[in-house]
Design a protein around this ligand. Sequence first.
Ligand code: M6R
Length: 607
Amino acid sequence: MCGIVGILGKKPVALQVLDALKRLEYRGYDSAGVATLEDGHLARRRAEGKLGNLELKLSEAPLSGAIGIGHTRWATHGRPNETNAHPHATDKLAVVHNGIIENFAELKAELQAEGIVFETQTDTEVVAQLVTAKLRDGKSPMEAVATTLPRLRGAFALAFLFEGVSDMLIGARHGPPLAVGWGDGEMYLGSDALALAPFTDEVTYLEDGDWVVLTRTDAVIRDMDGHPVDRVRQRVPTNSFLASKGNHRHFMVKEIYEQPEVVARTIAHYVDFAAGLACPPPLPFAWKDLRRVSITACGTASLAGHVARYWFERLARLPVELDVASEFRYREAPLDPGELAMFISQSGETADTLASLRYAKSQGQRILSVVNVPTSTMARESEAVAPTLAGVEVGVASTKAFTCQLATLLSLAIAAGRERGTLSEAEERRLVAALNGIPELMTEALHLEGEIELLARDLARARDVLYLGRGTAYPIALEGALKLKELSYIHAEGYAAGELKHGPIALIDETMPVIVIAPYDSVFEKTVSNMQEVAARGGRILLVTDARGAREAAMDTMGTIVMPDCDPVVAPILYAVAIQLIAYHTAVFMGKDVDQPRNLAKSVTVE
Ligand code: M6R
């Protein structure tokens, strides 16, 4: 998604803005731009494609202003070309925007009727033109922004720079996050604290509806009614800032390799090693008082929720209703007051998940969020937070955040089972021991990388790939297909193995690899029957199983990945490593940009 930066500095800021934009690259973007004031006059440099193109433009035609705004654009309205790249400007101002102005067509028509000619296909340009019209009417920049904001519908974060005004930036937030950074005689705006990390670790997160007037020494924040408001100034721990790739080729593979460590750290947060029991930090509700739980999330996070449904229902006998947030938010689901609504999100900013959280809150639900970014909007708006301790995840494809979500959710399900009396202490100890063993098994699984890399070369030739699984391996099959699609652009589908014969079996022929996720568990034999059905139709099977599964299946496959043995309950956490490596190596072999796949954004702050 788009990234916003603003700097009120003491010396030329264009390269600092560029540096901050580089730190927002992980969010996904397709063009970028910078605007500064050169002797009081607005000047812009914009470029299609990667930041390197903008950097080149800035080296050919440098900007020297000590105040500036910058933007990485993830196209929503209009193609990702230079014309549509931000900042958008008039003779009065330049503006950058993250989000969508939903009523832009109506506003544009109104402005066009007044004779305004638009240069771009973007929704953002209406904001530039609306504020400009007010400036022409004699309003001050503050008045012009204050009277424009109520006219905008949708989700947006904005930053404005004004012609001739060298000591003021204005920012506004209505949806996507925006942080104010506090420097020494310098002030900053950024889509997240990560962008501002080289300049300051002291930030204030704007609340929804806030807008801020920044000078070099102060930030005055107002709510949507124009009343000045106090917002917390906080230090963001430096260890939550962007890491480097280290010796790894891509952030994604670095993050895959970090999993044993971050999953262990996450488990340690929820488990008492000495006692061998689950001991999550206290929650403001009792599991035994609940009759049902709803779990809502998007993408990979929703697949973590899908696995968790099996855990909560089986271990805690707690019915779970699961939905993707984009559907849940408009479904008007009847929710009994006092029940638990859980939200899972790496970023804590995903627009649909956040909207679902707010809906659940309005329905009197208890709100528990499983989030990776502790300062995120979801974390701030939840009644309780179960943190995942994955650290900053840069790769657009979620890996370590997913396995940390799983570890967190299993710990919670075990604790819920104990409290509800559905798990004996002996069972709890067995499960906790299995969970504690996971990081070491993940390390072992990573040793399979060479073997997986070879198999991936074969997969890279496929046009379509089918993933099958049963029980908790089913959501892992879905996650495998999602990872392969997003990284390699190969069409992939995940199916419950038992659903195969209800349709997808028609697709099977000798060109179709079928990846079967099947730890040796209570449903293994059923999955083997489905594999037989695939083999009988000439399908090529890639089996991901354990030693016993490989032995018992006794089938000809295009490859069998033999995972370390583990308790079937924790298998989804371990088997995630295999499907991540499969997708990663297939995409790398095909020469794809695995850290920033086309069209994708890390934090999806629009609908
Ligand atoms: O930040 P979130 O966990 O809320 O993000 C949800 C999805 O956008 C995310 O998991 C997405 O599906 C990933 N690209 C998957 O790898």
